[in-house]
Design a protein around this ligand. Structure first.
Ligand SMILES: O=C(O)CCC(=O)C(=O)O
Ligand SMILES: [Fe+2]
Length: 192
């Protein structure tokens, strides 16, 4: 498990670095975002969640995981077993994402959505229980920034079009608390 977390941390850092570079964020700013130890608690703040969805005789009556966006910068997801994960696409509705052997899914989280001023939107997803007898598992590695920093929308300083921040600056810990209070709907609460 420790080795898995180490690998995911490395992969998450590579993915986030590429996106931050694309957005034009400086190395100094990147270092703040990618610091993996929370000073206030003195240990890493990244989290690995192990999800377990037992079979249900009446799947229409239950929900595996209610619709939500992840709070992280990004989440690296490994699905074990059968179907169930669905993402919401505007104009289409819920689309299933079947597990593919040797494939990981990378979800963009709200904190990258805010930081990129909506250019990398967080994705609404949920897990449905399927009508079969298999137990479903997944491993979700949440690549989070340190809790004490503030995340602000990054607007390109030099651009052909005017740039306006869509969200107010927010402290990471504060944003987690907002999401908990607003039952998962954090972005509308900080929209300018
Ligand atoms: O089980 C899955 O496929 C998704 C899990 C998930 O979305 C989460 O843990 O946030
Ligand atoms: Fe999720």
């Amino acid at each position: 498990m420790e080795e898995y977390q180490r690998e995911m941390k490395g992969l998450g850092e590579r993915i986030i670095r590429l996106i931050l570079k694309f957005l034009g964020i400086s190395e100094e700013e990147m270092m703040k975002l990618l610091t993996s130890t929370d000073e206030s608690i003195g240990k890493p703040h990244m989290a690995l969640r192990l999800n377990s969805y037992p079979p249900c005789p009446d799947p229409g009556q239950v929900m595996g995981l209610a619709a939500h966006t992840d709070t992280s910068l990004c989440t690296i997801l490994h699905q074990v077993g059968n179907n169930g994960l669905q993402i919401f696409k505007d104009g289409t509705g819920w689309v299933p994402l079947s597990p593919m052997s040797g494939t990981l899914i990378v979800n963009i989280g709200d904190l990258l959505h805010i930081l990129s001023n909506g250019r990398f939107p967080s994705i609404l997803h949920r897990v449905m229980i399927q009508e079969n007898k298999e137990h479903r598992f997944s491993l979700a590695y949440f690549y989070d920034p340190p809790g004490e920093i503030y995340i602000s929308p990054y607007c390109k300083p030099l651009s052909d079009t005017p740039q306006f921040p869509l969200y107010r600056s927010v402290n990471v810990k504060e944003y987690f608390a907002i999401k908990a209070k607003k039952t998962g709907k954090g972005l509308p609460a900080i929209k300018i």
